[in-house]
Design a protein around this ligand. Structure first.
Ligand code: ATP
Ligand code: MG
Length: 611
């Protein structure tokens, strides 16, 4: 049997008094079902883009998520603290994140002109607090957490609570004396996260992840599987799972090129795209062994990169022509710098970059290699990164840096030398898993939690050292672990709602039971109120719909609001029966009034709910 909720009130919550209005219309800005229903059911209200107020029903769900997270964090011995959201600039300057976070940080000044920020995440503050209080290996390991409001000026706040500019996060931090300790703290947190997400009741995957602006090494994300998710992840039958941002493909072995044919420039008029190029090559320059394919071409995409200090420079990325550049994968590799497509003005300002015919090498009129156009050693000084498939000895058809001309058999390592490799080409369904565990499938998800082995980045930047057994000062190693609390409310709503409304899993529902007094006469209202009191006394939280509106309105509202069990006290009462409905399955049974309490308790507590 479940523990009664911390909320199980002695006073029955009555719809006639509850601060709520359900809406018959979808809000205009709702992009996804969870957002639509949370607003329509009166759980949240928008205050500004990406900023929401919590109404009583929504706040109860939020607190239920917090309770689950708190219980599991306490269970691993993490201690709860609470930091301010309004933070001084200096620690973030010391770590470099004052600039790295760029426009995502809300910055403000006090009356004396001192600079502050609204915390987007709190690594610096935790590091400094521990530095302030602890000085010995005997004080470690230590895990601290908080449930705190975070602020990020997201470029695209969307989908209601899913991507807010103000949101609630649980963030915890582990402090260890050595790598072994960190690995242990990480594993402990990982187990706690598994328990948390199992209890929250959504389908999730644990995937390899990029560590982004946090820095650090090992990192995994917990993604709720959801069509509307912003993240794409891959899985293989052999158990490999990764966010596409973090996939590292296995590069082919380099090839010898001693016998490779010389590079030769060919006229390829009107071939600005890969498709037109491949068609022309097959028509006019057929290969003896097989037709030309898009994968034989090297597509060079030029981007404008903005560094954190605001400086801008072009970057060219070469990928096999059968693959698109994946902008999310690219952005994840370049973070905190930001890529943008090269605009027409950018091309106009760099006439040496011939749109549609860009390649790493320029040739003279006799077709001899004249100069490098891309890369450190080039005449343009533009950085040139290529897909890991572009290994030494691979031969390509690519732009010759003149309109209507391409070069064939341009050989990597012989004719051109990229500055490095970058994982920015799209990952496709059926691509091999990097660990050889089979073909990849792609799906979408919502990032619910993220765990990192931060290592010593913050401890070093902020001087968190303790004395070890030998009396020597050593830098502490840290982990950082986040759960999106408010995002979880939306993610659970998203995963459980149906075409009638919200449909909460029991552990998160604002109330266990929604009792509808579906009739006007006193018998009905008295019986409904009576039953509600008895349920409440039995430790079940009850929402009583005692309003003077029609039963139809009450039914519809109860479906929108989504309590797991709906009890209808109405017409059947004259025959001595009431109705118990399961919101999720729609299953309903009639029970005799005298058996009602037992039947409802069984529905609320039972694993199979009704029946
Ligand atoms: P995302 O990639 O979705 O922007 P993130 O990687 O920047 O998220 P973290 O810094 O890892 O986020 O934060 C920890 C958790 O906080 C995330 O796993 C997510 O559940 C939640 N979170 C992050 N940003 C938001 C947001 N804008 N709104 C709601 N929840 C968020
Ligand atoms: Mg993350």
């Amino acid at each position: 049997m479940r523990e009664p909720r911390q909320y199980s009130a002695r006073v029955i919550t009555r719809m006639s008094e509850l601060f709520v209005r359900t809406l018959r219309q979808d809000p205009a800005d709702a992009e996804v079902p969870s957002h639509r229903w949370l607003v329509r059911a009166g759980y949240i209200r928008r205050a500004a883009p990406g900023i929401y107020s919590w109404l009583p029903l929504g706040y109860r769900v939020l607190r239920n998520v917090e309770r689950i997270v708190r219980e599991e964090m306490n269970a691993i011995g993490a201690q709860e603290v609470h930091f301010p959201a309004l933070l001084p600039k200096e620690p973030y300057e010391a770590s470099g994140r004052w600039t790295e976070y760029g426009e995502a940080v809300f910055r403000l000044r006090d009356r004396k002109g001192a600079e502050y920020l609204l915390g987007p995440t709190h690594e610096e503050m935790f590091t400094l607090l521990v530095k302030d209080m602890y000085s010995s290996y005997k004080d470690l390991p230590l895990s601290l957490y908080q449930i705190q409001t975070k602020y990020r000026d997201e470029a695209r706040p969307r989908a209601g609570l899913l991507r807010g500019r103000e949101f609630v996060m649980k963030d915890s931090y582990s402090f260890d004396i050595d790598d072994e300790g960190l690995a242990k703290s990480y594993a402990t947190h990982r187990d706690a996260y598994i328990k948390i997400f199992n209890r929250l009741g959504f389908e999730y995957v644990i995937v390899h992840a990029m560590s982004g602006a946090m820095g650090g090494s090992a990192s995994e994300e917990f993604l709720a599987i959801a069509e509307n998710g912003e993240d794409t992840f891959v899985r293989s039958p052999g158990g490999y799972a990764a966010n596409v941002e973090a996939v590292r493909i296995t590069p082919p072995a380099p090839l010898p090129y001693d016998d490779a044919p010389r590079a030769h420039v060919e006229d390829t008029p009107d071939t600005p795209t890969i498709e037109t190029l491949v068609n022309l090559a097959n028509a006019r320059l057929p290969r003896p062994d097989r037709p030309w394919q898009a994968a034989d071409t090297l597509k060079n995409v030029v981007l404008m990169i903005t560094e954190v200090d605001g400086s801008r420079h072009p970057l060219v990325i070469g990928v096999p022509g059968d693959r698109e550049l994946d902008l999310r994968r690219l952005a994840a590799q370049l973070e905190p710098a930001e890529p943008e497509p090269f605009s027409d003005e950018d091309f106009a300002a760099r006439p040496e970059l011939v749109k549609g015919y860009l390649g790493p090498v320029r040739f003279d009129s006799s077709g001899e290699r004249a100069a490098a156009v891309l890369g450190e050693e080039s005449i343009t000084k533009i950085r040139y990164l290529v897909d890991p498939r572009v290994v030494s000895g691979t031969r390509w058809v690519t732009g010759a840096n003149e309109p209507g001309r391409h070069v064939f058999d341009l050989t990597c390592g012989r004719d051109f030398t990229p500055d490095g490799i970058i994982e920015a080409a799209e990952i496709r369904e059926g691509d091999p898993a990097p660990d050889g565990s089979g073909p990849l499938t792609l799906a979408r998800g919502i990032e619910m939690g993220h765990i990192f082995q931060l290592g010593r980045k913050y401890a070093e930047a902020l001087g968190l050292k303790v004395l070890d057994q030998n009396g020597k000062l050593v830098t502490v190693t840290m982990g950082s672990y986040g759960v999106g609390i408010s995002r979880a409310v939306a993610a659970v709503a998203e995963g459980t709602c149906d075409d009638k409304g919200l449909c909460w899993p029991p552990e998160l529902a604002p109330f266990d039971v929604h009792v509808l007094a579906a009739g006007k006469d006193d018998l009905v209202t008295t019986a409904a109120a009576d039953l509600s009191v008895r349920l409440d006394e039995a430790g079940v939280s009850v929402l009583l719909d005692d309003r003077t509106v029609s039963p139809g309105v009450k039914f519809a509202d109860s479906e929108i609001m989504g309590m797991p069990t709906i009890v209808v006290v109405g017409r059947g009462l004259s025959d001595g029966v009431i109705e118990v409905r399961d919101r999720r399955s729609g299953e309903q049974i009639e029970v005799a009034v005298e058996d009602a309490l037992g039947a409802i308790l069984a529905a609320v507590h039972g694993p199979t709910r009704l029946g």
